[in-house]
Design a protein around this ligand. Structure first.
Ligand SMILES: [Fe+2]
Ligand SMILES: [Fe+2]
Length: 154
């Protein structure tokens, strides 16, 4: 296949965000675990692993298209100081990811790369499930109050 630089640059841009998410969630998972919130830590860890799978899929696609995956770049990692700020930073990261995948899908339509479009659509669906979880948790904190919420995530 002829290598399309616009497609490769778009996929690398999304890869950068996935690498950022892996690291942010991995640190949040370990912080939560350290504080004794094991149930929450498990979800963060599972989310980090899903982001790693997204990164793998993007790397595989870039290689298939004859491009070079860039794995040495990350955006700012925003580590929360407590549960609510972790959730807020994670929610913001997912929103950025969702915006990125939607923009990426538009690029793939313009570049007539339906294989990449399908890949991005599949990942987008999972990012929407991620943001749904973070928003749900923030909503529960608002409804229950933080002290009670914390008893539910041990
Ligand atoms: Fe992801
Ligand atoms: Fe995500």
């Amino acid at each position: 296949m002829k290598t399309n630089e616009t497609v490769i640059a778009t996929l690398n841009g999304l890869l950068k965000e996935e690498l950022t998410a892996i690291n942010q969630y991995m640190v949040h998972a370990e912080m939560a675990d350290d504080w004794g919130y094991q149930a929450f830590a498990k979800v963060e860890e599972h989310t980090a692993i899903q982001e790693m799978k997204h990164a793998e899929e993007l790397i595989a696609r870039i290689l298939f298209l004859g491009g070079k995956p860039i794995v040495s770049e990350m955006s700012n990692i925003r580590i929360g100081k407590d549960l609510p700020s972790m959730l807020e930073n994670d929610r913001a990261l997912e929103q950025g990811g969702i915006d990125g995948y939607n923009a990426g899908i538009k690029v793939m339509v313009e570049e007539k790369d339906n294989g990449s479009k399908q890949l991005l659509e599949g990942i987008l669906e999972q990012e929407e499930a991620h943001i749904d979880y973070f928003e749900e948790q923030l909503g529960q904190i608002e409804q229950m109050g933080l002290p009670y919420y914390l008893t539910t995530i041990k």
